[in-house]
Design a protein around this ligand. Structure first.
Ligand code: HEC
Length: 198
């Protein structure tokens, strides 16, 4: 007799405990979500200039050079990736290019470190860092559209490297080059007679 009430009491108590634990968890989750939306967990360290000079430019150069032609004293030479190692190198650079689209998208990134000039910023038609910052602020949608086009071209290179497809690598490389140039012409040297020397 005395053993019967015990389970009856225990069952609702356990259920109530489980439910209240769920309520506490749900509250914690929605709290966490709200604070994530308010403060993105990004640690923005590098400037746009550093992402260009230290990530995008070297990775793009390696990718373009991986499918290139050369004329020297020994005649005409054609380069294309052949070994596993060479294809892996192309893939590594293509993934870095692709993912740097998101690095450019993260808000709050300065154009250049304080006091550091942009290349050729003294030349007429070529913006300084404040000018680039203002150009992006005036038309963030256009800037985002260039980043999207850049991502698409870089993604083509990733797929080309995964499929070891030399023709697609060439086409993706040409497309990437055009996007780099178009974004620079719009946001870096809008009124220049010719592109800065790199
Ligand atoms: C969404 C726009 C955008 C795209 C796409 C873009 N860039 Fe840039 N890039 C800029 C801006 C703005 C600057 C000027 C400010 C600066 O120097 O960072 C710049 C500057 C540079 C610089 C000069 C960095 C320095 O030392 O001052 C290099 C090199 C460069 N880009 C390479 C590239 C290459 C290569 C690509 C394509 C693979 C590319 N960029 C794609 C916006 C872009």
């Amino acid at each position: 007799m005395s053993r019967i009430p015990a389970p009856r009491l225990a069952a609702p108590t356990a259920l109530a405990l489980a439910l209240s634990a769920l309520v506490v968890l749900a509250a914690a989750c929605s709290d966490g979500h709200a604070s994530r939306t308010a403060t993105p967990p990004f640690k923005v360290s590098a400037t746009i200039q550093e992402i260009m000079a230290n990530i995008i430019d070297p990775a793009a150069d390696e990718t373009w050079e991986s499918v290139s032609e050369e004329w020297d004293k020994d005649g005409h030479r054609e380069h294309k990736p052949e070994t596993d190692e060479q294809w892996l190198a192309v893939l590594n650079h293509a993934v870095a290019l692709q993912e740097s689209a998101d690095l450019l998208t993260i808000p709050g990134r300065a154009v250049a470190p304080p006091g550091k000039n942009l290349e050729d910023s003294g030349v007429a038609g070529i913006l300084d860092a404040a000018g680039v910052e203002a150009a992006i602020k005036i038309d963030p949608e256009a800037y985002a559209a260039f980043i999207a086009a850049y991502h698409e071209a870089a993604h083509e290179l990733v797929v080309a490297a995964q499929n070891r497809d030399v023709e697609s690598l060439k086409l993706g490389g040409a497309r990437l080059d055009a996007v780099c140039e178009a974004c620079h012409a719009r946001f870096w040297y809008p009124d220049a007679q010719k592109a800065p020397t790199r």
